[in-house]
Design a protein. Structure first.
Ligand SMILES: [Zn+2]
Length: 141
């Protein structure tokens, strides 16, 4: 019996090939991009203890796979992050471990996305809204 890793949860699952499935799991280690920049430069993401695919669910099954670089936009600067991937040796599931201050498939940090959504929702009636990108670029943290 293996224990669940409390720092992860699955946010997306995609079938890429017939036998290869891809998942994104969130890593709750740093609350903000700023915290990551201060403390997380050399942080090694822990290997998930259990395969999150319900059809597999094996323990101690992940091998480290090639990490990739991802740029995140945080107001006026671009920060490059290293995203670690692991592959299940039994079911070939590949998981990407995204930090919780990122939003899957979005270039802006979660903080900027939230501030932009608030600006959009609280805009006075009758004021023409700019594009999401324009609002995000003018949003300060
Ligand atoms: Zn598996």
């Amino acid at each position: 019996m293996c224990t669940q890793h409390p720092l992860y949860f699955v946010v997306a699952k995609q079938q890429i090939k017939e036998r290869c499935t891809f998942m994104i799991i969130m890593v709750f280690v740093f609350k903000t991009l700023e915290e990551y920049r201060i403390l997380g430069k050399d942080y090694e993401v822990l290997r998930p203890s259990t395969c999150p695919d319900p059809a597999c669910g094996r323990c101690d099954c992940f091998w480290k796979q090639t990490a990739y670089s991802r740029d995140v936009l945080d107001n006026d600067e671009v920060v490059s992050l290293r995203i670690q991937r692991f592959k299940c040796r039994y079911c070939d599931l590949v998981v990407s471990c995204l930090f919780s201050f990122l939003v899957p498939y979005r270039r802006y940090s979660a903080e900027v996305v939230a501030a932009t959504a608030e600006t959009y929702v609280t805009a006075p009636v009758g004021v023409p809204l700019k594009s999401y990108r324009n609002i995000a670029e003018n949003t300060t943290s």
